[in-house]
Write a new protein. Structure first.
Length: 263
């Protein structure tokens, strides 16, 4: 596991955007580059930088296929808190060459959620899997909507959101947890870790414990993020504030290793 520590959120975002752009630009296979994407506050800076690079001609999304991590159940696309809306507002609508047919987001209004999730997994497989999955984690270490104690081999499926998650997300729903959907469709931990590479964004002091558990804790269903320890090509991109609970030895080790690393 690589842990890339940047001074602040902006530098973390730019480092990650540059890494993703390089992977896209270096992709020489006939098939598209397949990119997994998250929502939430953490990736917004990455999306802004990738959109800037795209408009400047530094990276093209013409041969990129995307799969988003999750979607609320019961929200129509046009709802301003749906993840379909989020992705278009913050990212897709700002790209000059992203093909709409290459955007894949789970349908939270599907009549048969289980069939929708199976279809999603099959479509990922039809492209040969995901080349790079970017994600973020919650304060309790949940990855996508895989709450604590979700199986570390889970696949895309229907998830019940915990009270804590609904309370945290209520800031987007008039601060009323009851307005937050109780269910979501989400890729599984196994879906994420099947990707050839995974980059997880962790920023801010409120995520410090989650970062420490991800990097130094035991592999456990209680901290679904800990499954990344088993991935052969996992990268944690974080800012200084998120490192507050790492041991001094681990912090110094990762800084030392990255001195000679390139993107």
């Amino acid at each position: 596991m690589r842990v890339v520590i940047q001074e602040n959120y902006d530098k973390m975002s730019k480092w990650t955007a540059n890494y993703i752009a390089k992977k896209i630009n270096d992709h020489k296979e006939d098939r598209p580059f397949v990119l997994g994407l998250p929502t939430g506050s953490s990736p917004i800076g990455v999306y802004e930088e990738l959109a800037r690079m795209n408009k400047a001609g530094e990276v093209s999304f013409a041969n990129v296929v995307t799969f988003n991590m999750d979607e609320y159940v019961g929200l129509p696309r046009e709802h301003d808190q749906s993840y379909w809306y989020f992705m278009h507002y913050y990212f897709f609508d700002h790209l000059v060459d992203m093909k709409p047919e290459n955007i894949n987001i789970l349908n939270g209004l599907a009549e048969d959620p289980e069939a929708e999730c199976a279809r999603y997994e099959a479509k990922i497989a039809s492209y040969g899997g995901i080349d790079l999955f970017m994600g973020g984690i919650g304060v309790d270490g949940h990855l996508a909507f895989n709450e604590p104690f979700t199986s570390l081999t889970s696949r895309t499926g229907l998830r019940t959101l915990t009270t804590d998650t609904r309370i945290v997300n209520s800031r987007f729903f008039d601060n009323d947890p009851e307005k937050v959907p109780a269910y979501a469709l989400s890729v599984g931990i196994g879906t994420v870790t099947d990707a050839k590479e995974v980059i997880i964004l962790i920023n801010g002091h409120n995520k410090a414990n989650a970062l420490a558990k991800t990097v130094e804790g035991n592999v456990s269903q209680k901290w679904t993020c800990s499954a990344l320890q088993m991935h052969p090509a996992a990268i944690i991109a974080c800012d200084e504030s998120a490192c507050d609970e790492l041991t001094v030895g681990a912090y110094k080790y990762f800084l030392d290793v990255e001195k000679n690393e390139r993107l």
